[in-house]
Design a protein around this ligand. Structure first.
Ligand code: SAH
Ligand code: SF4
Length: 396
């Protein structure tokens, strides 16, 4: 059973502010190089210097994790002062941090307008996965998802999306020369965040431009340097945006499939009424660069007596037969008032067996951060913590 006493909860909002910049300044996090160059131009930096200054700022912020212009010693002192007056390197504010006994971390973040989202970090021995949010709430209404019961508040900006990566790196000491305050469970390798998944709150393809811009910054080779092969966007199936995402961003893709028949998927993932399974799978087949090494992940939440029959399992492998695919079976995480229950473990195993026999390796993995999950009801964004805990799992 989960042991709620095992986790550590820290409230960070009462701590002294880590950044001295005034709150009203614009954060440069999330600006691309061109926009950063323009801002420097506004400050009077001559055109011939801008490219170099942008590179310096970029490296301080995204390679070294600077949170203050004062440390940027290769930039002239006056310019540093001007920058600090007008801009900040602020990340979203951390309201609370939870650390599971297995090292899983969950941060509740407060954005400038007071809205809240969550970010989850799942360390394994040789890698670490960060699950980030793309919207506050979600306009879609998947019936098994708690976010679907909340009204959309707004899209996150590119800066708020990239900011989640930066603050996670701050907290786990993932910058050159930095150390984690709490090193429990962190991977042994040099980089603590090796993978990023857009599987937190929101439908990322409904915030296309900001998510794309954030992914471009995250994969910039002179900055955060996360390969696009290590960034995965999860979508409920916004079909027309899938080819566009392939062309403009080209990260790995995960599809929230959850049902093999339109009749049932219409109910579970109502966007299916607009773009049914056949159209969704056609978009998947055409996703650029697919191969056995670059597969689409199909997510399938296990709902007792709803989508978990052996016939469903057989139909699932048949449906995906011609697509380079991975299958992720997600035990359903109940939330107060949820109209579903999680499939029995025995049934999940039987279902997985069919999937395994069709050549998909270990599709069910045991959940991580169970102790944090046990405390879910205490946090504000109840939906994402359940999803994230469910979705991001340890190797079987
Ligand atoms: N909106 C996007 C990405 C965020 S959801 C999407 O739907 O793909 C990340 C994953 O968690 C999705 O596969 C979603 O269907 C799943 N999920 C949502 N609620 C869940 C729950 N209560 N239990 C298990 N998985 C859930
Ligand atoms: Fe939105 Fe994804 Fe939840 Fe559906 S599963 S309501 S698309 S966050």
């Amino acid at each position: 059973m989960p042991d709620p006493t095992a986790m550590t909860v820290t409230t960070l909002k009462d701590r002294p502010a880590p950044r001295p910049e005034p709150v009203r300044t614009e954060s440069i996090i999330g600006l691309d190089r061109a926009a950063l160059g323009e801002r420097l131009g506004d400050l009077g930096v001559p055109e011939r210097q801008r490219r170099m200054r942008v590179s310096q700022l970029w490296s301080w912020v995204y390679v070294r994790g600077a949170t203050d212009f004062a440390v940027m010693t290769d930039i002239a002192k006056d310019l540093r002062a001007t920058l600090a007056h007008r801009f900040s390197v602020a990340r979203p504010e951390i309201v609370s941090e939870q650390v599971s006994v297995d090292g899983t971390r969950k941060w509740l973040l407060r954005l400038d307008d007071g809205k809240e989202v969550e970010t989850v970090y799942i360390p394994e021995e040789d890698r670490g996965t960060l699950c980030i949010s793309s919207q506050v709430g979600c306009t879609l209404t998947c019936t098994f998802c708690h976010t679907g019961t909340q009204r959309l508040v707004r899209n996150l900006t590119a800066g708020e999306i990239v900011g989640q990566i930066l603050l996670a790196r701050d907290r786990i000491g993932d910058w050159p020369g930095a150390e984690a305050e709490d090193p429990r469970g962190l991977p042994s390798g040099e980089r603590k965040i090796t993978n990023v998944v857009l599987m937190g709150m929101g439908e990322p393809l409904y915030n296309f431009d900001n998510v794309r811009d954030a992914c471009a910054i995250a994969s910039d080779g002179e900055g955060l340097s996360l390969s696009k092969r290590r960034i995965t966007l999860s979508t409920s199936g916004i079909v027309p945006e899938i080819p566009r995402w392939g062309a403009e961003a080209g990260t790995m893709l995960a599809i929230s499939l959850h049902a093999v028949r339109d009749e049932l998927r219409d109910e579970l993932v109502p966007i299916n009424k607009k773009w049914p399974i056949a159209e969704l799978l056609e978009a998947c087949r055409n996703y650029p660069g697919l191969s056995n090494a670059k597969r689409i992940t199909f997510e399938y939440v296990m709902l007792k007596d709803v989508n978990d029959s052996i016939a469903d399992a057989k139909a699932l492998v048949k449906l995906l037969a011609k697509i380079p695919a991975k299958i992720n079976l997600i035990p359903f995480n109940p939330w107060p008032g949820a109209p579903y229950a999680c499939s029995d473990w025995e049934q999940i195993e039987k279902f997985a067996e069919v999937v395994n026999r069709a050549g998909y390796a270990s599709p069910v993995r045991s959940p991580r951060g169970r102790d944090i999950m046990a405390a879910c009801g205490q946090l504000k964004s109840a939906s994402i913590k359940q999803r994230a805990s469910a979705r991001l799992k340890a190797p079987a």
